[in-house]
Design a protein around this ligand. Structure first.
Ligand SMILES: Nc1nc2c(ncn2[C@@H]2O[C@H](COP(=O)(O)OP(=O)(O)O)[C@@H](O)[C@H]2O)c(=O)[nH]1
Ligand SMILES: [Mg+2]
Length: 177
């Protein structure tokens, strides 16, 4: 069978400070930086994901989340296949602010699928912030899968991106006959 290596654009979205850049860096470089610099504009990273018999490449767009950059980032959504919508599990407003980010993404790419990702689980205090159940309830309106991760420890990060890869392969990579 011919092996193809399709490339899919994946956009990280969410408030500044929730850990979008840290998640991308953890996944693509397997490191963590406690003093991550604020993202200005957009960063790119690529990584290959093996999904059963096919290898796909994720082109990860990491957009600056600061309000004054929002006009700039609009155009960058174009062509995204998945929006990874990131919130911080200890700060529930960062999850609710995702409505805004997702509607912006959808105004550019109406059918873009959403993954909901709660970051910084290493800092979670019992009974505080967003529970997994609350996130799953919130995710329903976007038909989104939910993952909880820590860019700091790496917990859940490869599993989340593997699920993204599997989702893309199931949806877009058809056997060639
Ligand atoms: N404790 C903890 N801190 C994190 C985690 N991910 C990111 N951070 C910190 O949160 C801050 C913002 O991270 P950054 O990746 O720049 O967020 P972004 O603005 O969404 O790209 C930085 O100081 C990171 O070191 C995590 O999983 N756990
Ligand atoms: Mg950033």
């Amino acid at each position: 069978m011919t092996t193809r290596n399709p490339i899919f654009k994946v956009a990280l979205i969410g408030e500044g400070g929730v850990g979008k850049t840290s998640i991308a860096v953890r996944y693509t470089e397997d490191r963590f930086d406690q003093q991550m610099k604020m993202t200005i504009g957009v960063n790119f990273a690529t990584k290959k994901v093996q999904v059963e018999n096919s290898e796909i490449t994720l082109l990860i767009w990491d957009l600056g989340g600061q309000p004054r950059f929002q006009d700039v980032v609009m155009d960058y959504f174009r062509g995204s296949k998945i929006g990874i919508a990131v919130y911080e599990v200890s700060r529930s407003f960062t999850m609710h602010r995702l409505d805004d980010w997702i509607s912006r993404l959808h105004s550019s790419v109406p059918n873009c699928d959403i993954f909901l990702v709660g970051n910084k689980i290493d800092e979670r205090l019992p009974g505080m912030g967003v529970s997994l159940e609350e996130a799953q309830e919130y995710a329903k309106k976007y038909n989104a899968q939910v993952f909880e991760v820590s860019a700091k420890t790496g917990q859940g990060v490869p599993e989340m991106f593997n699920a993204v890869g599997k989702f893309l392969a199931d949806r877009y990579v058809k056997p060639q006959f």
